[in-house]
Write a protein that binds this ligand. Structure first.
Ligand code: UD1
Length: 430
């Protein structure tokens, strides 16, 4: 099992290319189930989750091709994937695959819309909370699906096809919005989705669906209007930049000090987090090709933040912010409102000497003068990268174990950081 070794203390200076967003690439790939024509996706990040989802989609009968190397800085221009779902031969998504990646549950809506039936394993538990799927099922039932749970599987049928309806989500859910939005594109008549998630990745998927012939209005707002169509067509779409990767590297620079351009990054995708990074004492400015983050001199100022659905501060940056605040000049308060158990990084950050008290959904972080390197364990995707931030600041050597969590969502992390002066390497055990 691979590990990552970091010797902390270096400032970060240079350029970091931002990859395509994992959380957009996954639903975009799933959208290919909606059409018998070819969907081409550009700027797809090379990640373990992307490869696993491609395997799940092939199991349904999709053909999948990746373009070969191209001239230029190929390592950072993202890959181009082609998906052809001419014949869907299997409408079952098995437990062995769905249990390894929660987003694969989102095949349910598209399969139901196009094939009028689907059998998809319940995703099961997850380290960061219970993460139920009741909102997904409620939305699809409102579109006329008959749904049973049988032996751990959602068995869904819509013999005459889905029928448009008004769906009001009682709580904002990214996944339920994706699932129902994709299903509604092929439903008969109009669907209105109220209290829809507004995350930029939903807008990216909706833009792609419209290129495929869908009729979605209200993109970017919390009310989506969808006029169903009989058939979707192929399209070419480029995945938007990863705002969570952007925020992670911005916080890493704010933590270590230095001067880095995040090439391809967009501030409008992450305004709330950049406001917090500025409050913390880093300078943030737009460049012709991305965003520049600098902190030269001056300490890290403490902040009070609570996670919220977009456009609020994202839960996917909460752990990284805690890594940054661990050495702030004062006490920060960080409240997690989206997932009830997303604090596994706290005990690992404590191994560096961080002073963090947990009380229910709120963490109080008392900044310490310095962190010290230590062996730590990655527990989930975003938590693990907060350990990398802690390690970059810490005095001495850190070994991060179980880095497969990082490989699910961060492309070439070691290369991107070492190119900016970090002492970081991957250690592969025989
Ligand atoms: C997506 C993101 C994940 C991010 C999360 C919140 C992807 C691949 N994953 O996850 O990185 O952390 O949004 O921004 O895009 N809930 C219910 N019932 C449901 C569905 C959700 O109660 O049927 C609850 C969840 O338990 C959670 C909250 O709603 O408390 C938000 O979850 P949701 O937005 O659905 O997260 P995901 O789509 O799983």
């Amino acid at each position: 099992m691979d590990r990552i070794r970091i010797v902390g203390g270096n400032k970060l200076n240079g350029q970091i290319p931002i990859s395509g967003a994992k959380n957009a690439a996954l639903p975009l790939m799933i959208a290919s189930l909606l059409t018998p024509d070819r969907l081409t996706l550009k700027n797809v990040p090379n990640l373990a989750d992307v490869n696993l989802l491609a395997r799940i989609l092939r199991n349904h009968g999709l053909d999948h091709q990746v373009d070969g190397k191209r001239p230029g800085p190929a390592a950072h221009i993202g890959e181009t994937y082609h998906f052809d779902a001419r014949d869907i031969v299997d409408t079952t998504a098995p437990y062995e695959l769905v249990s390894r990646m929660r987003a694969s549950f989102w095949v349910l809506g598209p399969l139901l819309a196009r094939m009028h039936q689907a059998r998809v394993s319940l995703p099961g538990g997850c380290a960061i909370g219970t993460r139920p799927v009741d909102l997904h099922l409620m939305g699809l039932k409102r579109l006329g699906a008959e749904i049973d749970i049988d032996a751990g599987y959602v068995v869904a049928k819509a013999p005459g096809g889905l029928i448009g309806n008004r769906i009001t989500f009682p709580k904002v859910s990214v996944g339920a919005t994706h699932n129902v939005l994709m299903a509604a594109t092929l439903a008969k008549g109009e669907t209105v989705i109220e209290n829809a998630a507004r995350e930029p990745e939903i807008g990216d998927v909706a833009d792609c669906l419209n290129k495929m012939g869908a009729r979605i209005e209200g993109i970017g707002s919390s009310t989506l209007h969808v006029q169903g169509v009989d058939r979707l067509e192929g399209a070419v779409h480029s995945v938007l930049p990863d705002r969570i990767e952007t925020g992670t590297f911005a916080m890493a620079v704010a933590a270590t000090g230095g001067d880095v351009e995040l090439v391809g990054a967009r501030r409008d995708l992450l305004a709330a987090a950049f406001d917090v990074i500025e409050q913390a004492g880093a300078e943030v400015s737009n460049t012709a090709t991305g965003i520049r983050v600098r902190r030269n001199g001056g300490g890290i100022q403490p902040v009070s933040v609570e996670t919220q659905p977009f456009p609020g501060f994202p839960t996917d940056l909460q752990a990284q912010l805690m890594g940054l605040m661990a050495t702030a000049d004062g006490t920060s308060v960080i409240r997690e409102t989206i997932f009830e158990n997303r604090f596994m990084h706290v005990q690992e950050l404590a191994r560096f000497g961080a002073d963090i008290q947990l009380n229910g959904d709120t963490a109080t972080v008392r900044g310490v003068k310095e962190l010290r390197g230590a062996p730590v364990m990655a527990t989930d995707l975003r938590a693990s990268v907060s350990l990398a931030i802690g390690a970059l600041v810490a005095d001495g050597e850190t070994m991060i174990n179980r880095v497969y969590h990082l490989d699910r969502g961060f492309e070439k992390l070691e290369e991107k950081l070492s190119n900016c002066g970090a002492e970081i390497e991957r250690v592969s055990d025989e």
